[in-house]
Ligand binder design. Sequence first.
Ligand code: IMP
Length: 489
Amino acid sequence: MTTDSFRPSSPLDQHASSPAEGFADVLVGLQYGDEGKAKIIDALAPGYDVIARFNGGANAGHTIDTPQGRIALKQLPSGVFHPHAKLYIGSGCAINPWKLADEIEQLHEMGISLEGRLHISARAALVQPHHIAMDRRGSGTIGTTGNGIGPCYADRALRVRNDVRVNLMLGDLIGNEADTVVAMRNVFTRMINSEGGTSPWVAEMSDLLLGLPKVAETLRAYIEPDRGWLTNRVREGARVLFEGAQSVLLDVVDGSQPYVTSSHTVPAYAYVGGDLSPKHHRRTIGVAKAIMSRVGRGPFPSELGGERSAQYCHDASQSSVGKAEEQSRFAADKLLRSSDPWDVGTALRMLTGEYGTGTGRPRRIGMLDLAQLREVVKAHAVDCVYLNKVDCLTHYTHSIYQGVPMRVHRDVLSADVMPDVLIYPGLTEQSLTLGREGTLDAAMNGFIDFVERHIGAPLAGLGLGPERASLVSLAAHQVAPVAGVSPHV
Ligand code: IMP
């Protein structure tokens, strides 16, 4: 149980300021991305009027299963499948217009129209062919997603290169399409010429430029020139949920350089990149994942298999080794029982499907790092945390750990005797089954208490399976405690 007794009854509570005005909550990932933010947004969306993006672009990604089939979204906010919700893409985003138009078309084919619902800031940065080429060429060192996001933000800050404006915005494309295409082609051509006249991507980039007028036509209806669009909605009473892309540990300044993304991922940036005054902020919601993962390079203190895992995953991504190859090479059940943490990490990746959504590359796997979460929660004053993939922790029962290993901060309980890793025993399939039915058994209650005490924030919900129904709201448990089981409060 946390010492500060704050527990959100629901993210829909009334905001303290003027009753006529709305408010904004900010939801961010607290680790290295891929924590399952979209799933939480999907659950919370009915309580909001606008879902808004404020950073990143097509480097983000989430797959959504719908009755009409599976769709991979990269740039549209996660609320697309909630028809009541308006969607906003703020000026802090880097837009790949080809991919965005494609997402809109795909939804259209599924019978979902975004007209009148989707608003994209005309000042959002425009990803250009030379950005994609530059990023692909230099992606190895950091392990970027190769979407041109870094070079796009760099050009935004550079503004002019060789006397040519390079910080193009979405509004430029819509306002003067012909000139924008010419400007993009010139910069790309100049880049190729300066490199000796060859590039493996010339044909692909030419095709992109040829297709741009059609793409501009698709996007035209959604471009929002009014800088105050979101402000006006909040003034009218709208409840906004900002959806962070990537995660706080990948922030361009706050993260561990250079192994970070190129935008600001911390919750405070929602109000810059999302075009709203911070006066409207109500609550910061964090999302974490019980089986941790990281893609690309960079520090990962709780990584199972340490540097060996990092190198293996790097090599695998370079040689396109993914899920199928690992499944033909390794027996997950056998690796899980090994005394080598690298084996355990590989087994967990295979058993819990930790491969990149867009790239298919194996993600590095780590144990739940409560010490790190504690720092993040404190730094960003996170009000409550949703913990996903708690069901996957039961795999550890069959490993040498025989319980859930978690990295903890030495000083949280007592200074001298605390080891860095504690094992929490007793989480069983039975605990999960009961949890999904709305009952928290003693083992699950103990686990929740343990996590809350170590991270210094209340848990608002647990992901006990991939399906919508397996997201357990802890507030609901509190309201209806189960007879014979000590309620978790
Ligand atoms: P970039 O954002 O493509 O420049 O990549 C920079 C770093 O951020 C790389 O390590 C990427 O793997 C990582 N990254 C970018 N987007 C995501 C994401 O959505 N989930 C997880 N990692 C990401």
